[in-house]
Design a binder for this molecule. Sequence first.
Ligand code: ZN
Length: 505
Amino acid sequence: MSDPRNTYTSLIAAIKEISLLASAGSVLHWDEETHMPPKGAEHRGDQVSLIARLTHEQFTSPKIGQMLAEIEQSDLVKDREGDVATNVRELRRTYDRATKLPASLVEEMSKTAVMAHHAWIDARKKSDYATFKPHLAKTLYLKHQEANCIDPHKPIYDVMLDEYEPAETTANLNRVFQSLREPLVDLVGKIASSSKKAPVQILEQKYPAAAQEALAIEASKQIGFDYDAGRLDISVHPFCTDLGPHDIRMTTRYDESYFGDAFFGVLHESGHALYEQGLPHEHWGTPLGSAISLGIHESQSRMWENLVGRSRAFWEFFYPKTQEVFAHQLADVTLEQWHFAINDVRPSFIRTESDEATYNLHILLRFEMEQAMLSGEVSVDDVPAAWNEKMKNYFGLTPPDDAKGCLQDVHWSHGSIGYFPTYTLGNLYAAQFFDQARKDVPDLERSFTRGNFKPLLDWLRDRIHRHGKRYTATELVKRVTGRKLSAEPLLDHLRRNARDLYDVS
Ligand code: ZN
């Protein structure tokens, strides 16, 4: 019998090598989204799928399973929160998910996703749900097969969630989301009928892209993004990707007739990037050097975008600079008007264009739809009607067509079911963490007014970033804030804004 310590060393070496190969794939993907000419697409597709196949083969090899089993039976994993136990626990979870699916099912799922995605593009363009319907039906059928292979004893939606939000349960989400739903519908309704309206026309002027970019870069530097260990580029769909321990890439896009999407988009991606830059580099490529979950990742981006980036304190520092850059556009605009404009709340059809408050209602709707579609409570025939009914209940709006309704998001066409809740989890975690940071760090927001964001970043590094995947999201929130996830901190934050800006109590 070999020494389990040697086995662990070999396991980590193998995993780091797989991550190294996968990160070469990330470089190719980043280039594809930012710089690659259209005619490079076919060859790039071959490159990316070769790397995906090689990493999958290496990771699912029986050798990895044998090493995991040997270490699991040893004393090395005794300390549940120790380095070895953390890496082994998380590698076991992903190894099991990857090996339990038969190759034939994986192949059918990826073929279905390609076809469904093409059909969805077409369906959305024509606003014709019938074009997408058979593909959605096939996707849901395959999701049942998938869940059955991974864990037939768990509720199906728990298995779906586990891919994006490890250890999260449908029951826990229902608990938190239910306590968010009614108060939020009520608050959004009151805001919509308030006589005060945000002066959004301030944002709807000409804002040249180069100046927007310079300002966004300045803001991201100010909050702590290290441009010697990262870049900002342009892509159609903004994202942030980790190419290695000292190389984090962010992207954005500029709309010259609107200030907002790019600036807050860059703060958002900076939040993701600061998390990546704060993970322990010595553990790069292993679970200890990786983000906990999509929800925790999103909590970092939403915190910098919304709780910091839309705060009065942030703009007390940053508005004079903004006014200097856009002297003509903002000559007669006060800080108060600016702050109100960037915190506009109004019910709308499209999730990706919605504000900080109504965004969560878009997510609750999808979370409920996904469960109902998987259980058969809503048949694929009834998806548009069920969607529209929820829109009416939550927003008081009826989509004019399915392109502005159930066809608007790409996720289901990729087979991503269980992904949406991570966005609202991100908002909830962000508010609860921020609430705690305020208690732990004296004068936190006063430091923002002086352009000093280091106290918050240091707090995030210490409480969240440096732990990698040591704790699950549920454990982390209890450790950091002393209680389980609650809807109250987010509701408090949204109510404060509603009171200050819309006179809504
Ligand atoms: Zn994000």
